[in-house]
Design a protein around this ligand. Structure first.
Ligand code: FAD
Ligand code: FES
Length: 515
């Protein structure tokens, strides 16, 4: 669903003066009508397509790190040498061009052929079975093939839909701004072509680590050489009278999002229960569809526990500007046919209710198989569980975070995909440490909040810049140490903060947040 960047800047085919491209320099230009980024790094010139293959972010505004460039929007990382998407959330490469220096000019020449994947190797486990065809599972299956794994891969998911872009379900798709074809991560044929056996609508009910088999819902069993668990989370259900009424919805799957869209057609007044990311994004999307929305939640402010008071108040004001009303400090106690009754005694009219009151990791399989579990499947830095040969990734994995130096579990799209990519390497025995810094974004109307860092247990959230001017940073600290940085329209700073955390460079990180 990437859109071509507007082409501006010099025609790089006609060449530019070498002085315009010093070491560490970047020039955004065009070649045959396509946006191209020309970079000089490590004494070498590189030219690649400047439009990120995730959602079309402008790579020319990204951060060059060695022979890679990171996208400013959601931090995907591309190789400048080959154009390959090295790190999610982009899954497709960008084009790569030949660059030539002639005298004191630099010319971008023809597009280079896409790099050929390594030949399929007969090494590695006898087969790989992946339980969960979401962000992590899909990314792992793809990366196994990119790394040249030639054995059988089975990707099992209880969902009936081909792996899809879950974050979009509460955003553009729900708002009616994203066509259906944006939602699948890949067409079905992709999996056939890559010889990834995609078994949808298939629930795994048990794992036998000794016998190296899994059992499916229909009672059949499937052997595995190596196993990846990526079962994600499930929404917490309401426990109150009327919670089972047909107009009460949750949002985790594509089918859930479609059901809300169908319900919107006859609805005039929605109540969203929960002022979490999902709740607030749903509120924005329902407003975009023109129905009245009230958000009811026990919290003092939306997203306050994660983002702190300044961003929480900003988000509340932003939603109020768009017509959302709030009932905070209270919660639903009963859902009637046409109303929601609150603990405060108030009754809100509602012909549609969407509950976003949290999620729980799907740990039953891991627990029953005897894997170590503690608010997540415990994995080491290679994402391997307590049972050798079984790996876990994504929302369920609790891994030792390299920056914090303690185990964490997070529920972010990009992180789940990156877990999947690293787990793939380790399923093949490559012993690759997972050291990426968690990143997530959240979209509210035309404002994106980018959040980088583990964030766990922050004690202080300090605002710099101006949220009113939509140019701001919030720095989160625990015992004085920066544990996360949230930015609004300061993408470059978010990228710099990520890099400093990745390198464990606390001094640089302090410099970055000072701006
Ligand atoms: C509406 C919505 C919006 C979001 N927006 C954002 C965002 O803007 N930014 C962000 O960073 N994150 C966002 N997230 C969170 C993000 O989608 C998750 O962190 C990510 O999907 C986790 O990936 P995963 O692979 O661990 O799990 P999932 O993507 O949930 O995949 C798990 C899969 O496992 C399957 N499964 C579970 N149990 C079994 C079983 N026993 N047998 C077979 N299959 C099984 C499930 O059906 C599911 O398909 C959003 C989530 C939702 C629901
Ligand atoms: S647009 Fe580049 S990572 Fe999303």
């Amino acid at each position: 669903m990437s859109e071509a960047q507007e082409t501006k800047g010099p025609d790089l085919k006609a060449g530019i003066g070498a002085a315009e491209l010093p070491e560490g320099g970047q020039v955004a230009g065009q070649v045959d009508g396509e946006a191209v980024l020309l970079v000089r790094s490590g004494g070498k010139d590189f030219a690649i397509g400047a439009t990120c293959t995730h959602y079309g972010g402008p790579l020319a505004e990204g951060l060059v790190v060695g022979d890679t460039v990171r996208c400013p929007w959601h931090h995907a990382c591309f190789s400048l040498r080959t154009g390959e998407a090295l790190r999610a959330p982009a899954l497709n490469p960008v084009a790569c061009y030949r660059v030539e220096r002639v005298g004191d000019r630099v010319f971008v020449r023809e597009k280079l052929p896409a790099p050929t994947p390594p030949p399929a190797a007969a090494t590695g486990p006898s087969s790989v079975v992946i339980v969960g065809a979401g962000a992590a599972g899909n990314a792992a299956a793809e990366r196994l093939r990119e790394l040249g794994y030639g054995g059988p891969i089975t990707l099992l998911g209880r969902d009936r839909s081909v792996p899809y872009d879950r974050p979009n379900l509460s955003k553009d798709y729900l708002a009616g701004n994203a066509p259906e074809e944006w939602i699948p991560l890949r067409p079905k044929e992709f999996y056939e072509e890559k010889r990834i056996e995609l078994r949808l609508g298939t629930r795994v009910t048990a794992i036998d680590p000794q016998g190296r088999t899994i059992t499916l819902e229909d009672g059949t069993s499937l052997p595995y050489g190596a196993l990846l668990l990526a079962t994600g989370t499930s929404p917490v259900r309401l426990d109150l009278p009327g919670a089972d009424r047909p107009h009460v919805h949750y949002l985790r799957t594509l089918a859930d999002s479609r059901a809300i869209i169908a319900a919107v057609k006859d609805a005039k007044q929605a109540v969203v229960l929960g002022a979490s990311f999902i709740g607030m994004e749903v509120a924005a999307s329902l407003r975009a569809r023109g129905i009245a929305v009230t958000v009811a939640a026990p919290d003092e402010r939306p997203l306050g526990k994660v983002l702190g008071p300044d961003l929480g108040d900003f988000i509340r004001a932003l939603h109020e500007e768009h017509g959302v009303t709030f009932r905070l400090g209270t919660k639903a106690v009963e859902i009637g046919e046409h109303e929601v009754r609150l603990e405060s005694g108030e009754t809100l009219p509602a012909d549609l209710v969407v509950a976003g009151i949290g999620v729980r990791p799907n740990l039953d399989l891991a627990r029953a198989a005897g894997l170590r579990v503690d608010d997540g499947v415990i994995v080491d830095e290679y994402l391997e569980t307590s049972v050798p040969g079984i790996f876990a990734a994504g929302d369920i994995a609790r891994w030792p975070d390299a920056y914090l130096g303690e185990p964490i579990r997070v529920e972010h799209w990009e992180l789940a995909e990156r877990h999947g990519q690293t787990a793939a390497a380790n399923l093949l025995g490559r012993r690759q440490r997972f050291a990426d810094v968690p990143f997530f974004w959240s979209q509210h109307y035309d404002v994106q909040i980018s959040y980088v860092g583990p964030g766990k247990g922050w004690e202080e959230a300090r605002l710099s810049g101006s949220l009113a001017k939509r140019d701001a940073t919030v720095t989160y600290r625990k015992k004085g140490k920066i544990v996360a940085v949230a930015t609004v329209f300061r993408d470059r700073q978010s990228l710099e903060a990520e890099l400093a955390m990745e390198r464990g460079d606390v001094e640089r990180l302090e410099e970055v947040v000072r701006g």
